[in-house]
Design a protein around this ligand. Structure first.
Ligand code: PBG
Ligand code: ZN
Length: 322
């Protein structure tokens, strides 16, 4: 008989053969910054997550820096929205001001800036709209401007999440032409049209006013196409590729981990977070145990980087168990 249980006999042996671990160095924490003063708005559908005005953000920044995680992913929520998402590429826009503030206070914290128009457009779509069509090539120009403006503000990493074709190549060129040779691109490569984003759309006030995102985000049924999206982004110059959402798409992560040596990120999105929080608040699950199991699952599938709203709790739990 092959006795598999020998390797599970006690803590020491289990520690010795454990294949996967999670560290605070794997984590990215998403944050929401809004206009105004003295604002700390709870996001109802995401317990523990708040929108902060820049002047109130320092309390959050303190916690983040103390936790020792390497990076945040920043989302700005502008007051003014229009058809072309003008605030997205305004050097004085909310996101740009927030990034300058953060880089001044915490220069060693990596700032990853989400690049997409949906938080900034009156119609809530990720690209320019003509009738009911979402224009691709015309949108690239604005994404390029947005990326350069965010890099100028101090963003270390640009993370295009719009799913327009050709955006990585376009943004890389725009960054290079403006002297931002060292600004990285973390591409939302395989981003699926998912029901798991709905709490985020409350947090970032970015729900589409008509239609849905299925002409640009991916069909959840397509794994091979997800591989093509990732490979295209690598070809176009992405430094890091991302799969989003995480847990329902770990097959894509695993497949890419076989195919590429580029770092792979996963986005453990708002809906995944809210489901865990809701069940935990009801006493139906053990939050710490479930979250840590999910983190390990993402690492085991092959992700190096985990973007998660649980990040600060995970650091706390890792320290508890150290
Ligand atoms: C913007 C964007 C979205 C998310 C990240 N960037 C929303 C969307 O595409 O509708 C979702 C993040 C989350 O659900 O936590 N395009
Ligand atoms: Zn978008």
């Amino acid at each position: 008989m092959i006795r598999m249980r020998r390797l599970r006999v006690n803590d020491a042996m289990r520690n010795l053969v454990r294949e996967t671990s999670i560290s605070k160095n794997d984590l990215v924490y998403p944050v929401f910054v809004t206009e105004g003063e003295n604002v700390k708005n709870p996001v109802d559908s995401m317990p523990g997550i708040y929108q902060y005005s820049i002047d109130r953000f320092d309390e959050e920044l303190d916690r983040i820096v103390k936790s020792g995680i390497p990076a945040i992913l920043i989302f700005g929520i502008p007051e003014h929205k229009d058809e072309k998402g003008s605030e997205a590429y305004n050097d004085e826009g909310i996101t740009q001001r927030a990034i300058r503030h953060i880089k001044e206070k915490a220069p060693n914290l990596l700032v990853i800036a989400d690049v997409c128009l949906c938080e900034y457009t009156s119609h809530g779509h990720c690209g320019l709209v003509c009738g009911h069509e979402i224009l691709n090539d015309e949108t690239l120009v604005l994404l390029g401007k947005m990326a350069v403006s965010l890099a100028k503000a101090g963003a270390d990493v640009i993370a295009p999440s719009d799913m327009m074709d050709g955006r990585v190549e376009y943004i890389r060129q725009a960054l290079d032409e403006n002297g931002f040779l060292n600004t990285m691109i973390m591409a939302y490569s395989a981003k699926f049209a998912s029901g798991y984003y709905s709490p985020f759309r409350d947090a970032a006030q970015s729900a589409p006013a008509f239609g849905d995102r299925r002409t640009y985000q991916m069909d959840p049924a397509n794994g091979k196409e997800a591989v093509r999206e990732c490979e295209n982004d690598i070809e176009e110059g992405a430094d890091i590729i991302m799969v989003k959402p995480a847990l329902a798409y770990l097959d894509v992560v695993k497949e890419m981990s076989y195919r590429t040596d580029y770092p792979i990120a996963v986005y453990n999105v708002s809906g995944e977070y809210s489901m865990v929080k809701a069940a935990a608040q009801n006493g139906w699950i053990d939050e710490k145990r479930i979250v840590m199991e999910n983190m390990i699952a993402m690492k085991r599938a092959g992700a190096k980087i985990i973007i998660t709203y649980h990040a600060l709790d995970v650091v706390k739990w890792l320290e508890e168990d150290a």
